[in-house]
Design a protein around this ligand. Sequence first.
Ligand code: ADP
Length: 335
Amino acid sequence: MLQSVVSSLARRRASVAAQAWLQSSVLSSNLSIISQEAELQAGPSSSHQPALTRTLSSASGTENNGEIRWVFLGPPGVGKGTYASRVARHLGIAHIATGDLIRDEIKAGSAVGKQMKDIVSHGKLVPDELIFKLLEQRLQAGKAAGEKGFILDGFPRTQPQAEAVLGQLHPQLALNMSLREEVLVEKCLGRRLCRHCGKNYNIADIKLPASNGRPEIRMPPLNPPPECAPHLEQRPDDTEEVVVRRLQLYHEQAAPVEAVFRRAGVLRDFEITAGIPETLPGLLAFLQPYAGAAAAAAAAGSAARTAVGTSAAGSAAGAEHGGRGSKVVAAAGGR
Ligand code: ADP
């Protein structure tokens, strides 16, 4: 029954839901996923709509106080999580990955978690309504814990999600990461997770010569230390069939998502061609002006959204407002 309700919710016009969500300023009452489940079971009624409206604004504050609010975009396998976690640690802000939130919910074994498991294992997208709710809870928890700023990884993935983020969270930067298409499947299939310490590794050893004007790619494996080696596991959705489906879905959704941020003047492209040691310093240097702009806006204590979201961040990267922005190719080379 829940399955059919979830499918029917997914079929509903997501843009209508997002529109309502964007327009309302009703404060959230810290709803749990369990109550979301009750709403799903009750079916797509008019009472469902208000729940959608109580989302990120109450969790994070609609104003932007100069905190870093960035989103990292890119296909499965590009390294969004790898770089978002490192950059977030470097800046002392939160790394919030919707994929992790979903996996935690699945692990918790709730009824909604079971539905999500089915969706994720088929390489499909979890309905926007559920993602909004998960993210809201995570942002509220972060706010309560005093988190100052965040990088969103894996969110947004659809146009309604992108419009919601832009309208509610006012991100100053949407970093659009790319990697040659031929490498993405291999990178996903090479991913390994230590079930003891939770660290991520990648056993894929990638060497791709330059072709068609694209640079050479060298990405040596990120091998686990001996203590993790016996405990490695693969994500159940990292099979070739599911990865191919996820990539296909990503390409269907990417253009409208990018368009939302491009129109807002906050989209910046960053191409990856090498491993972490070569890429991370270049990425941090690329991001520095945006972090500086956010800090300056916080110090000024006002008009942060305008200063950082458009003119300051845009000029920091030397990009025109509304343009595609500067494109950076991370330095190639061995690890
Ligand atoms: P990847 O970036 O490699 O696809 P993630 O961990 O970000 O991995 O996501 C894993 C799965 O979780 C996705 O394939 C999708 O089913 C689901 N998911 C994650 N984020 C979202 C989102 N923002 N909207 C809908 N589904 C999502």
